[in-house]
Design a protein. Structure first.
Length: 272
């Protein structure tokens, strides 16, 4: 027969009931100690989501465009640099790299890989993909073209020395005849500050990144393109972008032999 003694529930029992019955969000039901702990945990989660963690080599590569879009969005981030083969293998073993490839970006509770997916997630979150599907399609086209262009630049440091001069000449010729005229015409036709629409987009950020990389290879490459010259000046003056272009930022320098050596060592690759 049940006892007639009154049942006095413990704090742990109350918490369990609230969780199971869906009342845990009503924090005034929670004991004070649990409420304080939960607020602290929520704050920790918020802090984590506010500061993405980027894992890559200490150089440009495929992470640089990701750094650019985060910086342009005014988002602070921290970086972990791959320096040893063991670091890379541990990421694979621990399930961080879906396709055994970097870059890796950890943000909002996600482990993001594949450069385009990362860029689209960040650009979508910070309203850099246009106002509608038509603008999104235009932005995607320009971004794809810019990424094709930048891939040529990214591969250049890994070119065997005896082939570099020939490859650079071919790259500059293709840039001046295929890529830059497209963006020059687009800016003239649109007659706005931006490539698409009336606000900054991923397409603008990536085009500026590409322009600055091109000027490192040929300083006067924009001479025949007045629209691109004006575009460069406008987009560079955005406060967040201007800050990223200043010395001491997390923008990475031109890849040197030391950077190339680390990448080859970690990924166990050879120049060919």
């Amino acid at each position: 027969m049940p006892s007639s003694r009154s049942f006095i529930p413990s704090n742990d029992f109350l918490v369990e009931v609230q969780i199971r019955s869906g009342f845990a969000q009503q924090q005034h039901f929670l004991p004070v100690g649990v409420e304080v702990k939960r607020k602290k945990e929520n704050q920790n989660l918020q802090n984590m989501s506010e500061k993405p963690k980027l894992t890559y080599f200490n150089g440009r590569g495929r992470m640089e465009s990701i750094r650019w879009v985060l910086a342009a969005s005014g988002v602070e981030f921290e970086e972990v640099f791959l320096e040893t083969r063991e670091q890379y293998l541990k990421l694979i073993k621990d399930g961080y790299l879906l396709f055994d490839q970097v870059p890796l970006v950890e943000m909002d509770g996600l482990k993001l890989v594949q450069t385009k997916a990362i860029l689209n997630y960040i650009a979508g979150k910070y309203n850099l993909l246009g106002k509608d599907l038509k603008e999104r399609a235009q932005i995607d086209m320009y971004v794809e073209g810019t990424m094709d262009l930048m891939n040529l630049i990214l591969l250049y440091p890994f070119t065997p020395p005896e082939q570099k001069e020939k490859q650079l000449a071919a790259f500059i010729e293709k840039t001046e005849t295929r890529y830059l005229p497209v963006y020059e015409k687009a800016l003239k036709h649109h007659n706005q500050e931006f490539l698409v629409g009336n606000q900054l987009s991923l397409a603008d950020i990536q085009l500026l990144e590409a322009i600055l990389m091109l000027e490192e290879k040929k300083a006067d490459i924009l001479a025949p393109f007045p629209q691109l010259q004006a575009f460069k000046a406008r987009i560079s003056s955005f406060p967040t972008i201007k800050k990223f272009l200043e010395p001491g930022s997390q923008r990475k320098p031109i890849p040197d032999d030391a950077y190339v050596a680390v990448v080859l060592k970690v990924l166990q690759l050879k120049l060919s």
